[in-house]
Write a protein that binds this ligand. Structure first.
Ligand code: ARG
Length: 479
């Protein structure tokens, strides 16, 4: 049997029905202040709003409500100034309650009327999540801007596009760069949706069945900046879907960053040489003096694994739980904080690493070999009336011939072309130009110059700040 914790006067939000105190081993497991401390500004804010709601409901006098509000403001100042945390502070709510008693005296004991830590922690976590979604959005936009800036310089740079990591068809460098931009645009839409899911107010749900005092939840919603009030108190204290949504968004962003990092790492190898890394986000080797290692990109790639772990950990926590609050839910914050902290470290580093990359256009275009225009050669025959199947096989023969002879396709004699297919004439050499290959692909979303210009423009538009909402006293007069 474990020993009880040493006898000391500790501030608890519960304990009346217990004879002996909890064991030290239980406290060590149960205390969450080490994780949830960062919720304090939100807990102070919602507690102030709750004090007003209790006055509004006739539970507190105006004086009492204001004394609690002043006390909470003083608590915030103390925490901000580095107030030491005691071993007996079970969680952030207990800490704030203890300090409020020190600041406001006995009236502090009235604040917890009608509320439970169950609706309190759900509310504070949602407020924190709403804030982090906004910060993540800004950090993703910063990376998108770095991509757009690089893309703008690569519009007319030619490089191979790969499938199966084999040279496929030439594309504009901007087209490749923007292929990493649009996934992040979708991620921002997911973050926005996650923020909306978080913006539902649980406060007023009490422990599980709803508050027994006539508090105005709509006023609480407005004061705290939520979009809606939760429609069911049992659901409100157990719903962590919003955490799962943020974790999925974070994991998806992490995955996208990992793939960008992977492209850049490969392109930065001596074998490719498309990219030269800068010095601000790379490191050297303690043994090999020549090394410049793309650590920031590698850490971005590695971090995606931890974010995925966080998502899986939360979903595994939720899947077997009975509805309502269960203590397992205390562990929602660990993965939420770890994944978002990680992402907020990784995003600026990847933005910086990308911004200082120098793209080596000569190496990029030198990697475009003539066989990459094989599809264009087949299209040439199709335009002259051949079926694609027949054209595919004729060009395949030419590719084999150039490989066997060890020469680029434009070095093959004209006789090889005409014996591969009678529709080949001297103009075929144009079809072997990479610039022409790119120029032919003007379909929307293609790599043709006009299509890429339109894509760059669309990307610029996507990053414009949303129009400010028109306030009612600022209506533009109609002519
Ligand atoms: N620290 C707890 C958490 O994060 C607060 C809620 C505690 N609720 C309870 N019924 N013990 O979940």
């Amino acid at each position: 049997m474990s020993d009880p914790a040493p006898e000391k006067k500790s501030h608890k939000l519960w304990g009346g029905r217990f004879g002996a105190g909890p064991t030290a081993a239980f406290d060590a497991l149960n205390n969450s202040i080490g994780v949830d401390f960062r919720l304090w500004p939100h807990d102070v804010r919602l507690s102030k709003a709750w004090a007003v709601a209790l006055w509004n409901a006739g539970v507190l006098t105006l004086d009492e409500s204001q004394a609690i509000e002043r006390g909470l403001a003083a608590v915030a100042v103390r925490i901000e100034a580095g107030e030491p945390i005691l071993d007996s502070d079970e969680d952030v709510h207990t800490l704030i309650d203890r300090l409020l008693h020190e600041e406001a005296g006995d009236v502090a004991s009235k604040l917890h009327t009608g509320r439970s830590r169950n609706d309190q922690v759900a509310t504070a976590t949602r407020l924190w999540t709403m804030e982090v979604c906004t910060r993540l959005d800004a950090a993703v936009r910063m990376l998108q801007q770095a991509m757009l800036d690089q893309a703008a310089t690569l519009e007319d740079a030619l490089m191979p596009a790969y499938t199966h990591m084999q040279r496929a068809i030439p594309v504009s460098g901007a087209h490749w760069m923007l292929s990493h931009f649009w996934p992040l645009e979708r991620d921002r839409a997911r973050l926005k949706a996650a923020l909306k899911s978080a913006a539902v107010l649980p406060l007023g749900s009490g422990a599980v069945a709803g508050c027994a005092y006539p508090v105005s939840r709509v006023l609480l919603q407005g004061t705290l900046g939520f979009d809606a009030v939760s429609p069911n108190s049992i659901d409100a204290v157990s719903d962590r879907d919003f955490v799962a949504e943020v974790l999925f968004s974070a994991t998806m962003i992490g995955t996208h960053l990992s793939r960008l990092a992977e492209d850049l790492i490969i392109y930065g190898s001596s074998e490719f040489g498309f990219v030269q890394f800068g010095e601000g986000y790379t490191s050297g080797s303690s043994m090999m003096p020549q090394k410049r290692n793309p650590d920031a990109l590698e850490l971005a790639r590695g971090s995606a694994a931890r974010m995925l772990g966080s998502l899986v950990s939360l979903l595994a926590t939720l899947k077997g739980l009975p509805t309502s609050y269960n203590k397992d839910l205390q562990d929602d914050k660990r993965p939420l904080f770890d994944a978002t902290d990680t992402l907020l470290l990784v995003l600026p580093a990847v933005s910086g690493a990308l911004a200082e990359c120098t793209f080596r256009r000569e190496r990029m275009s030198a990697a475009v070999s003539s066989t990459m225009m094989a599809t264009d050669l087949a299209d040439y025959l199709v335009r002259k009336g051949a079926t694609f199947r027949e054209a595919h096989s004729a060009v395949g023969k030419l590719v084999r011939e150039s490989e066997t002879a060890g020469v680029e396709m434009q070095r093959l004699p004209m006789s090889s072309f005409s014996s591969a297919h009678p529709l080949f004439t001297a103009g075929v050499m144009d079809a072997l130009s990479a610039a022409n290959s790119v120029a032919h692909r003007e379909v929307e979303g293609g790599t043709g110059p006009a299509a890429v210009r339109a894509q760059l423009e669309a990307a610029r538009m996507a990053l414009l700040p949303p129009p400010a909402p028109r306030s009612s006293n600022n209506v533009v007069a109609q002519p």
